[in-house]
Structures are given as structure tokens and as C-alpha cells.
Design a protein around this ligand. Structure first.
Ligand SMILES: Nc1nc2c(ncn2[C@@H]2O[C@H](COP(=O)(O)OP(=O)(O)OP(=O)(O)O)[C@@H](O)[C@H]2O)c(=O)[nH]1
Ligand SMILES: [Mg+2]
Length: 358
């Protein structure tokens, strides 16, 4: 399961967001540094198409795709405990993407510990902090690998790559802002640089804030490939405790559509370079996750390794068409379902039925 790490300055709403996403009730507090141990939980990827397909198929059970979330204790400002929450950086190194929370809400009852309520300033400081954290790791590696390369010329390329990465980081830039050769990417992998990870910037704002203006201001200062979303974590946390109908009514009443959280989880999903595909039946409507660009057998392997090993062919149709046709069987009857072989590249939203033999 893909893992996302939530980080940010103290009292910005990291744990509130974590609760909203997981439906859990980890303690939040109006004093900074209230989280001293990471919170771990699982978030369902909201998926309205899956719900609709399950309805037309009369599936007894719905299984949403899932993301694992890690809410790490706050990063302190430099001079307030020495930069990043160093002891938890290791935990962040093994997540696949970062959700960086920026505080834009004003609340006199929630002190901001100097991190302020200016999301642009926080984004800039956090970019710098993350680059510095990577720099420490790279700088150490640079010296070592340079020495190794004098004894073993096959390490020359890797040594040069680490040196180039170190310079980028020293300038306070994120590694993901540059294009790297495959050899460099391999050399970086062991160092698990935080600034190579895709990031979703989550601006935590009052529900009546100018979301478009906030988002575009932050987009100006973060790497181009990053995604920026605006949420009201407190409202979403309350909504997460409601049953789906009451929740929909609340969002409807506030003119918030499906809720910002759905957008945020979807954004994380696309930042991770993954897509959903589905299996549908009377027992279960199930969303699965596979990387963008995967062939049909790789997708089949997500369901069960036997399905990849013994893959013969797959019957495939877009979920929108299946819903419109009124289910899998009618879709098949009307010729929408195609038979595809091992070379088929999966598309977002494919419904699959795998034929296999082991
Ligand atoms: N007004 C308002 N308050 C919020 C919002 N989001 C969170 N809060 C409040 O801010 C306080 C801090 O929230 P937390 O989720 O504990 O923040 P955190 O970033 O996890 O804080 P630490 O773990 O202490 O660094 C709590 O009292 C929350 O209820 C929001 O959108 N609006
Ligand atoms: Mg917290």
C-alpha cells in the first residue's frame, strides 16, 4: 500500500487532517508540539465511480483503494529545537509521497508558534528545511563515494551524480526540480531523498477563504510538478464523523461539492503516478491500484500473484461505459467489453476480468 507522510510546522492542523482522512480520532490540541509520536492510519480513496458501479452491479461489498498515512510530529523552526524533527526524518524517508500542511487559518485560540499563517512563507521555509535535511545526507555520501570511485572506476558515474545532487541541495533547491539520468536516480535511491518525493501542498484555511488565490500564490513557489489543494481540516474532521448522507448534506449546504478531502486524496494518488482499476461482481466491487503505464499482467498481479503468473487474457471495459450500460453483463452484450492480451497498457478506470491458468 502506498504510504504518504504528513508534515508541517507546529499547530497547522496536521493531526486534524490525519483524522479527517482516516476517520480516526488521534488527539489534537491547541498547543504546539502536541504530537510527539507519529500517528499511523489508513485512508480510503474516495471513489464515486466505484460506488455507482457497485450500485448497478448490486455488489454486496465495496472495497475502496487505500493509502497509508503517517502523521509525523511537527518540524520546529530553526533555533527552536534544531530544525527538522530529526528523529522522525527516517520515518519520512520510506513514504512514497509527502502531504505538506500549511496554515492559512487565523484563530486566536490556536497559537502559531511563529510559523505564522502565511502559507507562502511556510512553503518556502519548508522547502529549504527539506533541502537542508537531504544536503546533510548527500554531503556525507559525497565524500565517501568519491573515495570509493578512485578505487573502483565503475562508481565514477554514481559519484558524479551524488556530487551534482549535493550542489543542487546546497542551493536550497529540491532534487525533483531537475531532470536526472537513470544512473543518478539509482545512485540517489539508497539515500531516499525527501526532495525527490512527489508532494501535495495542503493549505489549511477557513472554509470561506479565497481558495483560488491561496493556491495560486503557493503554486508560484513550489516545484512545478507539485500539487496544491486547499482544505478546511477542522470542518473535514467534523464531517468525517458523520454518516455519508449527513456529510453530503453539510458539504452541499456550504457549496463544497464532494468535499476538499476527496480532491486531496485524489491529488495524492495522481502525485504518486498511480491509477485505479476495478473488478466488479455480485460479491464485491473492488478498486485496485497500479502504476501508470503498467501492462495488464502487472495489474492482474495486484489482485493475486496467480493471475499474473497464469495470465492468458483480460476482458476490459471503461468503468463509465459499464455504469452507463447498467452493469458488466449488459456491457458485454452490447460489445463494449474488449479482449486484451499481455501487451495491453492499463488505462485509468478500466474494469477487468482476468482469464488465467496456473
Ligand atoms: N480554526 C481552525 N482551527 C483548526 C483548523 N485545523 C486545526 N485546527 C485546530 O488547531 C489546533 C491544532 O491542530 P492539530 O491538528 O493538533 O495540529 P498539528 O499540526 O497536528 O499540531 P502539532 O502536532 O502540535 O504540531 C487544534 O486545536 C485544532 O482543532 C482549522 O482549519 N481552523
Ligand atoms: Mg499533531
Amino acid at each position: 500500500m502506498a504510504k504518504i507522510g504528513i508534515l508541517g510546522f507546529p499547530n497547522v492542523g496536521k493531526t486534524t487532517l490525519f483524522n479527517a482522512l482516516t476517520g480516526l480520532t488521534a488527539p489534537t490540541a491547541s498547543h504546539p508540539f502536541s504530537t510527539t509520536e507519529p500517528n499511523v492510519g489508513v485512508a480510503s480513496v474516495p471513489d464515486e465511480k466505484l460506488d455507482r458501479a457497485a450500485a448497478v452491479e448490486n455488489s454486496a461489498k465495496i472495497v475502496h483503494a487505500q493509502l497509508e498515512l503517517l502523521d509525523v510530529p511537527a518540524l520546529a523552526k530553526p533555533g527552536h529545537g534544531g530544525g527538522l524533527a530529526g528523529q522522525f526524518l527516517g520515518r519520512l524517508r520510506d513514504v512514497e509521497a509527502l502531504a505538506v500542511v500549511l496554515r492559512a487559518f487565523e484563530d486566536p485560540g490556536v497559537p502559531d508558534d511563529e510559523s505564522g499563517v502565511d502559507p507562502v512563507a511556510q512553503a518556502q521555509e519548508l522547502l529549504l528545511e527539506l533541502a537542508l535535511a537531504d544536503f546533510d545526507v548527500f554531503d556525507r555520501r559525497k565524500a565517501k563515494i568519491a573515495k570509493e570511485a578512485t578505487a573502483d572506476p565503475s562508481k565514477r558515474g554514481a559519484a558524479d551524480a551524488v556530487a551534482a545532487g549535493t550542489s543542487v541541495l546546497e542551493a536550497g533547491e529540491a532534487l525533483r526540480q531537475h531532470n536526472w539520468e537513470p544512473e543518478a536516480i539509482r545512485a540517489f535511491r539508497d539515500l531516499a531523498p525527501l526532495t525527490m518525493k512527489p508532494a501535495v501542498w495542503v493549505i489549511n484555511a477557513a472554509e470561506d477563504a479565497d481558495a483560488v488565490a491561496l493556491a495560486s500564490a503557493v503554486e508560484e513557489v513550489v516545484p512545478e510538478s507539485d500539487i496544491v489543494v486547499v482544505v478546511s481540516a477542522l470542518l473535514e474532521e467534523e464531517a468525517a464523523q458523520l454518516d455519508p448522507d449527513d456529510r453530503a448534506e453539510l458539504f452541499e449546504g456550504l457549496g463544497l461539492g464532494e468535499g476538499a478531502l476527496s480532491r486531496m486524496v485524489r491529488a495524492s494518488y495522481s502525485a504518486l503516478g498511480v491509477q485505479s482499476f476495478y473488478t466488479l461482481g455480485p460479491k464485491e466491487a473492488h478498486a485496485w491500484t497500479v502504476r501508470v503505464g503498467a501492462k495488464a499482467p502487472e495489474a492482474a498481479g495486484k489482485i493475486h500473484s496467480d493471475l499474473e503468473r497464469g495470465f492468458i487474457r483480460a476482458e476490459i471495459a471503461p468503468i463509465d461505459d459499464v455504469i452507463e450500460a447498467g452493469g458488466w453483463d449488459p456491457a458485454k452484450a452490447s460489445g463494449i467489453v474488449k479482449v486484451e492480451g499481455k501487451a495491453y497498457t492499463m488505462s485509468e478506470g478500466d474494469v477487468v476480468l482476468v482469464r488465467f491458468s496456473v
